[in-house]
Write a protein that binds this ligand. Structure first.
Ligand SMILES: CC(C)(COP(=O)(O)OP(=O)(O)OC[C@H]1O[C@@H](n2cnc3c(N)ncnc32)[C@H](O)[C@@H]1OP(=O)(O)O)[C@@H](O)C(=O)NCCC(=O)NCCS
Length: 187
């Protein structure tokens, strides 16, 4: 059954994740993300990202109830198959509550994550998304991501994916996409 679409609260709050917020928000982060996954990630996957790159995770909160409406989870590390190595950001997970979509929440979350990566001198940002995920493809392409590779039968359900890349530095500084396997993100 279709879920009712709610009015967006006037003053949505966007906050950066920090370890002190784990108890309060990690259960809702898992719940929000696993809603759109066929196979939920274990708690260790979330901790892998949040312990090391919590400052690249942003949450959208309803200001009245402090409830989680959206989240983006990322990482940033050297990518050695480029020579010289690039500093590669990776968007591992992105989800917005189904009742609050199409209000620009994901766009704001992704922009904040990209800004945080730029502050940390990232060269590029990559991610994979299912080729059938039209809202996600539109969102990322609107933000300037381009399709760098098709990954055939990338997901367990047999669906293919696109690797998308956003170059943050001069294009002639980058040496191709580098390829390589996925970094473990699905949504
Ligand atoms: C993909 C997903 C994260 C998008 O979230 P969202 O918050 O609805 O995305 P946005 O609102 O930022 O953008 C969606 C549309 O709203 C429009 N929009 C942006 N700002 C807006 C605003 N202030 N008011 C109204 N509409 C707005 C955008 O133009 C966009 O439209 P278009 O891309 O069709 O042209 C969401 O659908 C989701 O959680 N899906 C399930 C999980 C998933 O697929 N994650 C991504 C995997 S890579």
């Amino acid at each position: 059954m279709a879920e009712e679409t709610r009015e967006l609260p006037a003053e949505l709050r966007y906050i950066q994740y920090s370890h002190s917020l784990e108890k309060k928000y990690l259960p809702s982060i898992r719940a929000l993300i696993s809603k759109d996954l066929s196979e939920p990630y274990s708690i260790y996957v979330y901790r892998y990202f949040l312990y090391q790159w919590g400052e690249l995770c942003y949450m959208a909160l309803d200001p009245l109830q402090d409830s989680l409406l959206g989240v983006v989870v990322c990482k940033l590390e050297p990518h050695a198959s480029h020579s010289p190595p690039t500093l590669r950001g990776y968007i591992a997970m992105l989800a917005v509550s189904s009742t609050h979509r199409n209000h620009g929440i994901a766009t704001t979350l992704v922009r904040k994550a990209i800004d945080a990566m730029i502050e940390r001198n990232a060269d590029e940002v990559v991610l994979e998304t299912e080729e059938t995920n039209v809202p996600a493809m539109k969102l990322y392409e609107r933000l300037g991501f381009i399709r760098s590779k098709k990954l055939h039968r990338y997901y367990l359900n047999g669906n293919s994916a696109y690797r998308l890349v956003l170059h943050l530095k001069r294009v002639d500084d980058m040496i191709g996409d580098g390829g390589g396997g996925g970094d473990g993100g699905i949504i």
